[in-house]
Design a protein around this ligand. Structure first.
Ligand code: NAD
Length: 495
């Protein structure tokens, strides 16, 4: 783990003006425009990024296409791609302290979480796909003797990757690593409020030996650069993580342009269900508090709806409150902070809007509910719990993406299932029970991409992540994710 003195040195590092990364080199945006980078830690402007537009996206896509057609990556032996990507993973690990602090200054995640969940997780993901790619075989079809049916697996071409700000490196790696391992060339559109680590990743990739044009990063505003990437006629696929609103736009852009495939990882309103026979209520309460409040609730799988069985409701709420009030919110670059800053002042305002609406609709505020540490100039919010939440309230239906938990009470397993499945989302969920049959029935009954049992979060790279219903489609992580970035081609040969 990084030391506090290393953090305190790195937090003062001069970042300056960062350009786009296209064709293996940094450059300004065509328009010359830039955007300030504001730290949610104290509201200070500590760097700037290029404010790209459609011309920059076009240059990046042309560079990616040229690299793809040249073939030095796309047609290279998978063993070569493995070597370069492994070197990239090593370089990330070598620069882990620098990347962690850079990312935290940008998006405010508490450093204890960012250290593992950002660069180290990204390095692990890149290594995972590097090691996988030279074990992917084509197939021979079971045909009659007079023909040979071969199934080849080929890269798609140019893949656009559009990312959210909560874990840009981790989520970026979930898409960039399998896309590159499969031989594609990539254009990344980072989130405008957390672009710095992805720009650094591209530099490290070049240092690792990735040929120019294979990985490009175009910073800028979503409605400009993101739209241009989504509409580009020479992009073969878009891999997206973010809101449902933008996800819908990307489907529209695809329909209006070249029918590029679109993979959507969207939001959630994940139910965390505590049965009376949970193995350890106290531990369940601690994990549940972490499961919603770490990274200020800015976690797509956050357990934002807590369903507690009536007979243990009061006991569990006591434990939950005590676990929540023990969480220390503060400077994300202080190793003692359990929860850092909300990613931006705008996001904080949005969270407070949800709080006001929940109170107006009749939910009861148990703790939190407001901005704290305003004197720092940063964006901090107290972990917030509402009880008496009912299904018709906004807090039960819409994703906050902030440290706000809505609590409901249930009597029976059937009622828990009905409540759990009653939103338009289906990303994650959890069940706490000692009864194996209850656990397995709930895993089957809950409509979500992941059901945790007696834990929350922490599922590693070996298993897929993604949603059902309006939480999206397509899966990140695991060997299944490679399939998204590989096209099947049939050779049918008369013998
Ligand atoms: P967002 O949808 O606002 O932005 C995501 C990305 O889309 C950003 O890079 C943004 O610049 C870009 N964008 C914005 N407008 C665009 C447009 N018109 N065309 C193309 N691109 C555009 O989401 P966010 O606020 O960055 O992230 C929060 C959301 O992401 C939440 O809903 C959260 O649940 C979701 N999320 C999901 C997962 C998952 O794995 N399912 C993981 C993390 C976050």
């Amino acid at each position: 783990m990084i030391s506090q003195s290393a953090i305190d040195t790195l937090r003062k590092a001069e970042i300056g003006a960062r350009g786009l990364f296209i064709d293996g080199a940094q450059s300004e945006a065509a328009s010359g425009a830039s955007l300030p980078v504001i730290s949610p830690i104290d509201g200070s402007t500590f760097a700037s990024i290029a404010d790209g537009d459609a011309a920059d996206i076009d240059r990046a896509v042309r560079s990616a296409r040229k690299a793809f057609e040249k073939g030095s990556w796309s047609r290279a032996a998978p063993a070569f791609r493995k070597k370069v990507l492994t070197r990239l993973a090593e370089l990330i690990e070598k620069h882990v302290d620098e990347l962690t602090v850079l990312g935290v200054r940008d998006n405010g995640t508490e450093i204890g979480m960012a250290y593992k969940a950002e660069p180290l997780s990204a390095a692990g993901t890149i290594r995972y796909y590097a090691e996988a790619i030279d074990k992917v075989y084509g197939e021979i079809a079971p045909t009659a003797d007079n023909v040979l049916g071969l199934i080849h697996k080929e890269p798609l071409g140019v893949v656009g990757v559009i990312l959210p700000w909560n874990f840009p490196l981790m989520i970026g790696a979930w898409k960039i690593a399998p896309a590159l391992a499969a031989g594609n060339c990539v254009v990344v559109k980072p989130p405008e409020i957390a672009s710095l680590t992805l720009l650094r990743l591209a530099e490290l990739a070049a240092e690792a030996g990735l040929p120019a044009g294979v990985l490009n990063v175009v910073t800028g505003r979503g409605a400009v650069t993101g739209e241009a990437l989504g509409l580009h006629g020479d992009v073969d696929a878009i891999a997206f993580t973010g809101s449902g609103l933008v996800g819908r736009r990307l489907l529209e852009y695809s329909a209006r342009s070249n029918l590029k495939r679109v993979f959507l990882e969207l939001g959630g309103k994940s139910p965390n269900i505590v049965f009376a026979d949970a193995p350890d209520l106290k531990q369940a309460a601690v994990v549940s508090a972490n499961g919603i409040f770490r990274n200020s609730g800015q976690v797509c799988v956050a357990g934002s709806r807590l369903l507690i069985q009536a007979s243990v409701y009061d006991r569990f709420m006591d434990e939950l409150l005590s676990a929540t009030t023990r969480l220390k919110v503060g400077d994300p670059l202080d190793l003692a902070s359990d929860v850092g800053a909300v990613s931006s002042a705008e996001q904080l305002d949005k969270n407070l809007g949800f709080v006001a609406k929940a109170a107006e609709e009749g939910a009861r505020l148990v703790t939190g509910g407001g901005r704290i540490l305003a004197e720092t100039g940063g964006s901090y919010m107290a972990p917030t719990i509402f009880e008496n939440v009912t299904q018709d309230m906004q807090l039960a239906r819409e994703e906050v993406f902030g440290p706000v938990l809505g609590v409901m009470r249930f009597e029976t397993e059937e009622e828990a299932v009905r409540l759990a499945n009653s939103t338009v989302y289906g990303l994650a969920s959890a069940v706490w029970t000692s009864n194996l049959s209850t656990a397995h029935r709930m895993v089957r009954a809950i409509n979500a991409g992941v059901v945790h049992v007696n834990t929350y979060g922490g599922a590693d790279i070996t298993v897929p992540l993604g949603g059902v219903k309006q939480s999206g489609f397509g899966r990140d992580k695991s060997l299944h994710a490679l399939e998204k970035y590989l096209e099947l081609k049939t050779a049918w040969i008369a013998l």
